[in-house]
Design a protein around this ligand. Structure first.
Ligand SMILES: Cc1cc2nc3c(=O)[nH]c(=O)nc-3n(C[C@H](O)[C@H](O)[C@H](O)COP(=O)(O)O)c2cc1C
Length: 358
């Protein structure tokens, strides 16, 4: 299977880095409609819309993920739309219906990213209880089970600790049962993925770090007779020379907004350390890493087109199925990725196929 590519939809203001460096990236519907069309043309398979309801890490303005996904569905024809959903602020019955509606509008291009949350302020702000780390995952697992039952069964009955569904019908059924993505690094996240998710998203990491997670989650899933796919996050900086790309990274970090980065750090590291084994996402991230709020610099897709394509092939070789990319200047960086990097990746994949068939 050829490697798939997703891009982060900038549906919050401030772009994908916590930096005051001028970015040519907007967050409005109009900007995002333009980026989605460009991404589709450039060869991206998926767009990931993040969920955020209250400003954090400086992202003052936020557009809601599922609503924006529906609007992007109407202006694209191939791009699959992964809308993030935060259990605890939403109920699974209505979400199943909303995502089925996205599937209908897009004719089978809907997907969800079930996030279990790290931002207590959001729950506090809206007056919802903030559960402890592993309880959040127990709730997310029930949420996913309810979604899948509603999407595939005539009537759903469900008796859980968090949700009860009483013979609820769900029509129409989606054209394509929406794939369930999820993120996380903690043991609870991995175990939930093994049991119920279709895709496991990973924060940026080293090749070794990705490999260890892929092996572990694959083993956990096998115990349930399941096989998952893996998505790896990366902040991508492609320039004509390696030095230009490295300088762009140094500029982003030099203009980091220290107050916002520290605020983000205290929130996420508190949430990650709340997992019993203290190995949640961001547990080992330093200040520079956190300037990209999903550890995207760590993956190292920073350099010339050839260097970035080589690194992507290395990710493929360890079992990564999808690269999730964030950019600095969306319009030009998406196009450059499509023109300069993707053809190299596709050529290398074709070489591999040919070598395998010899
Ligand atoms: C690719 C990816 C996307 C995510 N998107 C969101 C998001 O949109 N909103 C959010 O609040 N958290 C998001 N998260 C964070 C997760 O909800 C969760 O808090 C995080 O994975 C920490 O999990 P852990 O402590 O179990 O390791 C995302 C995580 C990943 C890996």
């Amino acid at each position: 299977m050829s490697l798939q590519f997703a891009y982060w939809v900038p549906n919050v203001s401030g772009g994908l880095v916590i930096s005051k460096l001028a970015q040519r990236t907007g967050w409005s519907f109009e900007d995002n409609a333009r980026y989605a069309k460009l991404a589709e043309e450039a060869g991206f398979d998926y767009a990931l819309l993040q969920t955020r309801f209250i400003a954090s890490y400086g992202a003052e303005n936020q557009l809601e993920a599922i609503t924006l996904a529906s609007a992007l569905a109407a202006v694209t024809s191939k791009l699959k739309l992964i809308a993030a959903v935060l259990p605890g602020l939403w109920q699974p019955g209505p979400v199943a219906k909303v995502i089925t509606t996205l599937d209908q509008i897009s004719r089978g291009r809907a997907a969800v990213n079930i996030v279990s949350g790290w931002f207590k302020g959001e729950f506090h702000g809206f007056g919802e209880p903030w559960l402890d780390h592993n309880e959040r995952y127990r709730r997310s697992e029930e949420f996913i089970r309810v979604l899948k039952q509603l999407w595939t069964q005539d009537e759903t009955d469900f008796r859980g600790d968090f949700y009860r569904i009483n013979g609820a019908p769900h029509k129409p059924k989606p054209y394509v049962v929406p794939p369930v993505f999820q993120g996380g690094n903690s043991a609870a996240a991995r175990e939930m993925a093994a049991r119920v998710s279709d895709w496991y998203f990973m924060n940026g990491n080293t090749v070794e770090g990705f490999r260890a997670q892929i092996e572990d989650v694959t083993r956990l899933a096998a115990a349930h007779g399941r096989k998952l796919k893996f998505g790896a996050n990366a902040f991508v900086i492609v320039r004509d020379t390696e030095e230009e790309a490295r300088q762009a990274l140094r500029d982003i970090i030099a203009h980091a907004d220290p107050e916002a980065v520290e605020g983000f750090r205290s929130q996420v590291q508190f949430a990650g350390q709340a997992s019993p084994e203290r190995e949640g996402m961001w547990a080992n991230s330093n200040f520079d890493d956190l300037v990209q709020y999903n550890d995207g610099f760590k993956t190292g897709l920073i350099g010339t087109p050839a260097q970035v394509a080589d690194k992507i092939m290395q990710l493929k070789s360890i079992g990564v199925d999808l690269v999730l990319a964030g950019f600095l200047h969306y319009e030009e960086d998406i196009q450059a990725f499509g023109e300069k990097v993707l053809p190299l990746v596709r050529a290398k994949e074709a070489e591999l196929l040919e070598a395998a068939s010899r």
